[in-house]
Design a protein around this ligand. Structure first.
Ligand code: ADP
Length: 491
């Protein structure tokens, strides 16, 4: 079932609340009025019984019943027609009975049988409801039972009027409260409707719009602020996606133009086999660079989209570093660099994704080889430091100035150089930083221009004796195999 709109729900709540409050108030006031009338009636009846006592006590010494009867007859016939009154002495002799009581013909209890507060009895006579009080009195040592009565018609009429007025008033109050509640909920929700209308205006082309924030410091301003913060995040995410796409297209355009130009020159005139071979070799190198670039782009896109899969396993530092070193030795020799591996102690293990860590270290080694002039040295190091292992790549290369040091981890950022163009896309360190972070670490750089650089990160050391490891564990059990740098793929 579809949920009712909040406005309708609030109105219904108002209705239910006011209806129950009005019903409760109505019932309570009716009960209180009834009780007050009952009290007044009781006092009235008691007073009448006291009147009889007064009349009898003025008589002085009692002579006989007939005298008493005559006395009361005179007083009451004259006073109020003796409407509802009967008096009996303790021996059951009637002293007085008004005509109406006589026609009712109800007996009286002896005075000793009556409670001190008397006995209230209601009866209907014709169209009238009569309330009587049977009350014990004592005059000059003689006990009497007096029953006085009053017609309740007036009070019943009063009660009925009161009920009728309540029945008219309560629905009117409920109706007013419901209408008021509806108007109030509309007013209360108006800022929400305005926010919704403002938010609807925002699309991917005007993400810089911000919603108005009232200075009331209430839930609505809190909602606007939260939405604005969300818009800011979406805006910067959109901006970085746009920048990333723009930079990626730009980076891809250059090698593609180069390839095209190379091919067009090659096709310009017929050439011999050697010449074609040289051209194809250059084209091949170019496509390798492009493949690398595309792989980096893909990796970053997947990292952003959360599609990365990291499979962690125990990794032996010794095996890992020697494998990588073996893969890089030829490149380092070609660059005329002294390349060394330095591992502080054996049996160092950590938990990590083998391919990702290989890729991270390869990026650092590639940079070291690119930015260290011939004759320099590159060192791949692992050192135990308490509960952690610090992996680092040091070179004696050109170094990085402080001005650029904090930016080299940005995507597509490359330190501008005046010398020959060094191939690269500016994505390697961004990826390397991301891999370190996914391993709970941070990629740090220390560098001095002209002296060299050191990139390092630390990983938590784990204690695993080598013999307890599963022999099928591919990375650890594999003998030092050839590491194909271009096939390192970690996602
Ligand atoms: P790429 O190497 O493809 O240009 P990176 O993201 O790996 O991209 O590096 C970004 C920039 O940081 C490089 O262009 C270079 O200017 C600087 N850099 C990285 N490593 C070193 C290093 N070892 N020595 C000097 N500069 C470096």
């Amino acid at each position: 079932m579809r949920a009712l709109p909040i406005r309708v729900r609030l109105t219904l709540w108002y209705f239910a609340m006011f209806a129950s409050a009005a019903a409760l108030l109505g019932l309570a006031s009716q009960w209180m009025l009834e009780r007050s009338l009952d009290k007044v009636e009781y006092h009235d009846l008691q007073e009448r019984a006291d009147d009889v006592r007064e009349a009898l006590s003025h008589q002085g010494q009692v002579q006989n019943i007939q005298q008493l009867h005559d006395l009361l007859a005179i007083i009451y016939e004259f006073k109020d027609g003796g409407k509802y009154l009967q008096v009996q002495d303790e021996h059951g002799n009637w002293i007085y009975r008004s005509r109406r009581m006589m026609s009712q013909n109800s007996g009286l209890h002896t005075p000793d049988m009556l409670p001190k507060a008397g006995l209230v009895v209601d009866f209907r006579q014709g169209t009238h409801l009569v309330r009587t009080l049977e009350y014990p009195i004592t005059v000059e040592g003689m006990k009497y039972s007096v029953q006085t009565g009053i017609v309740l018609d007036r009070n019943l009429g009063l009660l009925n009027d009161f009920r009728f007025n309540l029945l008219l008033l309560i629905p009117a109050v409920i109706l007013m409260a419901t209408v008021g509640g509806h108007i109030m909920s509309r007013k209360a929700l108006q800022p929400v409707a305005m926010l919704a209308a403002e938010t609807r205006r925002i699309n991917d082309r005007n993400l810089d719009i911000r919603l108005p924030v009232s200075d009331a410091n209430d839930e609505i301003s809190d909602l606007s602020l939260t939405l604005n913060q969300m818009l800011k995040r979406i805006d910067s995410a959109f901006m970085s996606v746009r920048t990333f796409t723009g930079n990626a297209s730009h980076e891809l355009r250059t090698p593609i133009s180069l390839l095209r130009a190379e091919i067009e020159v090659a096709l310009f005139r017929p050439r011999d086999g050697e010449e074609y071979r040289a051209i194809l070799t250059r084209l091949h190198e170019e496509t390798l660079r492009m493949t690398n670039l595309v792989e980096n782009l893909l990796s970053l896109a997947r990292a952003d989209g959360g599609a990365e899969i990291m499979t962690t396993a125990p990794i032996c530092v010794d095996i890992l570093l020697h494998q990588i070193a073996q893969a890089w030795r030829r490149t380092m020799n070609e660059a005329m660099l002294d390349f060394q591996v330095d591992i502080s102690e054996g049996d160092l293990f950590f938990m990590g994704d083998q391919r990702a860590i290989q890729r991270l270290l390869s990026t650092l080694l590639e940079n070291a080889s690119k930015f260290t002039p011939p004759g320099g040295s590159v060192k791949l190091c692992a050192a135990a430091n308490g509960k952690s292992i610090v992996l680092s790549v040091r070179d004696t290369g050109i170094g990085i100035t402080a001005e650029h040091k904090h930016r080299i981890f940005d995507r597509f950022y490359r330190v501008p150089t005046s010398g020959p163009v060094v191939p690269g896309s500016g994505l390697g360190l961004a990826l390397a930083k991301w891999i370190a972070e996914r391993h709970g670490s941070q990629l740090n750089v220390e560098s001095a221009p002209g002296l060299g650089s050191k990139f390092s990160f630390s990983l938590e050391r784990i204690d695993i004796p080598l013999q307890t490891l599963d022999a099928s564990e591919a990375f650890l059990a594999r003998p030092e195999s050839e590491l194909d740098l271009h096939s390192i793929e970690y996602i």
